[in-house]
Design a protein around this ligand. Structure first.
Ligand SMILES: [Zn+2]
Ligand SMILES: [Zn+2]
Length: 85
């Protein structure tokens, strides 16, 4: 399922959505929401390769945004705001 970036309500049950950044760890090619990564004092730990990722690490890029409804559990990808390519 995909929603637009200005959507804040679940399209299924109209409850509030929780947004999360989707991160790409280039060293091991893991792609997942930032909640999959273990937060440390100064960054993250990759859930796949267990390497630590410093904040602003060039080996880790943000590739998008996901949204999840805490009420019904529906997960969706947030498409970029209209106007951007
Ligand atoms: Zn990794
Ligand atoms: Zn919902």
């Amino acid at each position: 399922m995909q929603i637009s970036a200005d959507e804040t309500m679940c399209p299924v049950c109209r409850n509030r959505l929780a947004f999360d950044r989707i991160l790409h760890h280039m060293i091991c090619a893991y792609v997942g929401p930032s909640s999959d990564f273990t937060e440390t004092g100064n960054g993250y730990v990759c859930p796949k390769c267990r390497r630590s990722i410093a904040s602003g690490d060039p080996a880790c890029e943000e590739v998008g945004t996901s949204a999840r409804c805490s009420a019904c559990g529906q997960e969706m990808v947030v498409s970029p705001a209209a106007g951007s390519i």
